[in-house]
Ligand binder design. Structure first.
Ligand SMILES: [Zn+2]
Length: 226
């Protein structure tokens, strides 16, 4: 049974609603595989909901992935940040995704990444990694208020950078929770290399809210390492 309420886009593009105390799933289901911590065995599901249930108050809006950006989007980072991302992605040598959050400053058409929060204890599988927003909140709380959660990153153990429907739903959800959380990086191994995770390739996306219909637009972005 679900112990928190949220919505997400499933693998065929439908918006799914999970309602705490009401939705039951099988342990084999996509819902459970993607959000294992959102469910508990029915006999213990009566425990109180977490105090923070932003997903309930602000369900994720529809998401559209575009192949071209209307205006350039840029994700800026120092070389040390890029190296940190590469080593975080290299956890995927075990065949499971890895990921975490990007912390820094956001501006109109991009973000500047100033720190990276890896999540080595996240629940991980070949096609998902569960990113814990509460961990990101605790992390940014250490910094001055100008530092925000500005994005997420995760690896794909296969060779495709393309975000899955689950990725799009998760990105939109984090964007709803954290309005500056607009950058999304996907790192994939270089399968031509004898050490595929030595220099993973990165593809970047930026989220914004569609001016008219309020949907979330996901567009490509460039990464600038300086
Ligand atoms: Zn993904």
């Amino acid at each position: 049974m679900a112990v928190r309420s949220f919505r997400y886009v499933d693998r065929v593009g439908r918006m799914q609603t999970i309602t705490a105390g009401r939705t039951h799933v099988s342990p084999e289901s996509e819902d459970y595989e993607r959000f294992p911590s959102a469910f508990a065995p029915a006999q213990v599901a009566a425990r109180p909901l977490p105090a923070r249930s932003a997903a309930t108050a602000h369900p994720a809006p529809p998401v559209q992935l575009r192949s071209l950006a209307t205006l350039p989007n840029t994700i800026l980072m120092a070389r040390s940040i890029r190296l940190t991302l590469d080593s975080e992605a290299a956890r995927s040598q075990d065949g499971n995704e890895s990921g975490g959050f990007l912390v820094g400053r956001a501006f109109e058409r991009g973000v500047q990444v100033l720190d990276v929060l890896g999540l080595p204890t996240a629940k991980r599988g070949p096609r998902f990694v569960e990113l814990d927003g509460a961990a990101a909140e605790r992390f940014v709380a250490q910094f001055s208020s100008s530092m925000r959660i500005v994005g997420t990153f995760h690896s794909h153990p296969g060779a495709s950078h393309a975000p899955s429907l689950l990725d799009l739903g998760a990105w939109a959800t984090f964007y709803t929770w954290y309005p500056q959380c607009r950058a999304s990086l996907v790192l994939v191994p270089d399968l031509e290399d004898g050490w595929p995770w030595a220099l993973p390739t990165v593809r970047a996306y930026m989220l914004r809210t569609h001016r008219r219909d309020g949907s979330v637009v996901v567009e490509p972005a460039s990464v600038e390492v300086a």
